[in-house]
Design a binder for this molecule. Structure first.
Ligand code: SF4
Length: 94
């Protein structure tokens, strides 16, 4: 297992944050208002929920293994990518 979640920076989560509890900064299409050409405009100050590894430590480490957490996240990433018809080269493998 990798030491960090292998995010492929596809942007699918940023384009679907209306599906994520507790994040409310999205436009009428569910796209994060901080997503700009080239990526996240607040990357270094992005919310904790946008930081997979830090979220694990803060919220989930007492409930599940990191391996399970990565598997669940990778599945969600790949399902979002398929829904948004994002190129298969961005699929997440853990
Ligand atoms: S959907 Fe997954 S792989 Fe794509 S940017 Fe978000 S965390 Fe990274």
């Amino acid at each position: 297992m990798t030491s960090q979640f292998p995010c492929t920076k596809c942007g699918a989560c940023c384009m679907s944050i209306d599906e994520i509890d507790f994040l409310e900064h999205y436009n009428e299409n569910g796209v994060c208002i901080n997503l700009i050409e080239g990526g996240c405009s607040i990357y270094t100050e992005r919310p904790l929920l946008c930081r997979i590894d830090e979220s694990y430590e803060a919220f989930f480490s007492s409930y599940m293994s990191k391996e399970n957490f990565y598997l669940i996240n990778a599945k969600a990433c790949n399902e979002l990518q398929e829904k948004l018809q994002i190129n298969k080269k961005y699929r997440v493998w853990v």
